[in-house]
Ligand binder design. Structure first.
Ligand code: SAM
Length: 247
């Protein structure tokens, strides 16, 4: 385990991310990944960094509205809902959302979203998990309201590099004052893998979010596995930040 201070990992993570800047993965390609089971990003267990830093996200509060951008079928949505929080997610793959409710044994209903052509909202019968099936860029605070917390894992790093500024600008409009945002990024040599996930260096996190919040790197963690070796990498780190939006 590494801490948030500069070290070998940070040096390793400083390769040129420019090699990925023109890469585009379309919504249809994402839906295809779900259709063909090419979803190695999905984890069956609650992310250890969310477990570890849950108190940092909650910051003494209970009954939060928590947003999951690009949610897939993240098991953390049920985990947080079971603790009494209200969870809202957005995902372009209807298959992913249906699999979420089925695999978590949660009855749900679905309805159209009048403001967004073609979009659907899937809601758990208990009402505390609402998942929108549409592009995140179709959402606004008038449709989904504002949030006290965000779990961003596999989200900013999955956004096409050219859309990062748009994604962050939208996220900021969805946040309440005093909200907390746990952001997980990845660090590897971007010259060796085209992404996603894309490499977003700490300097870019500061450029994207720095005008709106305090940013603290909480931990860098070795997450190297066979999957990453097959991509041609020789190191792979997860980096978690807490962003605190004061105003
Ligand atoms: C890397 S996966 C991560 C899923 C989830 N956050 C997790 O931790 O397992 C990225 C997800 O974003 C979805 N996605 C990609 N572009 C999107 C967009 N513009 N709006 C909503 N969802 C999108 C993909 O279908 C995919 O399920």
């Amino acid at each position: 385990m590494m801490d948030g201070s500069a070290g070998t990992s940070e040096v390793l993570g400083c390769s040129d991310a420019g090699s990925q800047k023109d890469r585009v993965v379309t919504a249809e390609e994402w839906r295809q990944k779900w259709a063909t089971g090419n979803t190695g990003f999905h984890k069956e267990q609650v992310h250890p960094l969310l477990q570890k830093y849950l108190d940092v996200l909650l910051n003494g509060r209970s009954g939060l509205r928590i947003f999951f951008p690009l949610c897939g079928k993240a098991v953390e949505m049920k985990w947080l809902a079971d603790m009494g929080h209200n969870v809202v997610g957005v995902e372009v793959s209807e298959q992913a959302l249906k699999e979420f409710f089925t695999e978590q044994s949660l009855p749900y209903c679905e309805e159209p979203v009048p403001e967004i052509s073609g979009a659907k909202k899937f809601q758990s019968a208990s009402g505390n998990i609402s998942l929108y099936c549409c592009s995140i860029y179709d959402l606004s605070s008038s449709i989904v309201g504002k949030f006290d917390g965000v779990w961003d894992r596999g989200a900013l790093v999955a956004v096409n590099p050219r859309d990062r500024q748009r994604y962050v600008s939208l996220m900021i409009t969805l946040l309440e004052k005093n909200s907390s945002y746990l952001l997980v990024t990845v660090a590897y040599d971007p010259n060796k893998h085209k992404g996603p996930p894309f490499y977003v260096p700490e300097s870019e996190i500061k450029t994207l979010f720095g005008n709106y919040c305090e940013i603290k790197c909480l931990q860098k963690r070795d997450d190297f596995s066979d999957r990453h070796r097959q991509w041609g990498l020789d190191y792979f780190l997860e980096v978690i930040y807490i962003l605190r939006f004061i105003s």
